[in-house]
Design a protein around this ligand. Sequence first.
Ligand SMILES: [Zn+2]
Length: 317
Amino acid sequence: MRALMRGLTDAEFERRYGQEEQCLVALMASRVQAGMSCPACGHGRSYLCGRRVGCTRCNRRWSVTAGTVMAHTKLPLATWFRAMHAMSSTKQGISAVELGRRLGVSYPTAWYLHKRLRHAMTERESRYMVGGPGTDGSAPVVEADDVYLGGERNQGSGPAGKTRVIAAAERHPRGRMGRVAMQVVSGFTAAAVRAFCDARLAPAAPVHTDGLRAFNAFGGAGRSHQRTITANKRPSRERTSAFFVLNTAIANLSTAIKATHKAISAKHTPDYLGAFCWTTNRRRDMVGMVPALCRAIATSTSLTRRNVFATDTVPIG
Ligand SMILES: [Zn+2]
């Protein structure tokens, strides 16, 4: 099991994805698997001609990267794949500065790559729900809590300038951590909690929270909701205790932010959280990270420079 917690070695990565042609084949395979069809006639069968894809019915051609986060890229696919490897082979991820250094590209190029890959992870992650039955049929309990990120330290102990996040983690029997989901919300209100439930919680998943008033909304729609008043109590360090897995996930998030960012801006927090959850939820198959990220790219939507630099994702709720 330990061995799986490490990603591909650099040598193995080079063997599988070191050549432009190998990356092209891998990306094309993921796009076909994701159901790529001709933009002109909707036909589902295509052929590859360099970096262009052609329709076997009407002969329309388009780029293998069209319509994804990689759209309009001028970089070699091998550079993208090296970025995918660098960003997914450790639990903390890496900063855009470090990515630029490893790839030998400028900081703006690295930043934009970094942003787009995190966006693909976030889009993929937003389609998953937590709290569904495990592969062994066990039903996890979803622990959820409010988290404040970023903001100015010297504005007192209140949440001024901070980004509000609902964090949730599956607690399986014997305290095993399952999937995590984290989402920026406009405030800790009943409406935001209901929006979080609709977007990220499996129907009827049991939820366990502290006594925050807005969290009563977790109890709607026939969902079982357990509340434990935790005010002023130190969290228990027992693995099987309430909120142990959630507190572990939040501590890991904090470590990852410190390892890669001086400060995390509110604008980029949604993609930061999406990428963190994507990586956390795939931690048991680190070797499969590059193909998984390739699949995430194949199902992503394009992100133009304009919407990267304009106001980002609107918080839910
Ligand atoms: Zn066609």
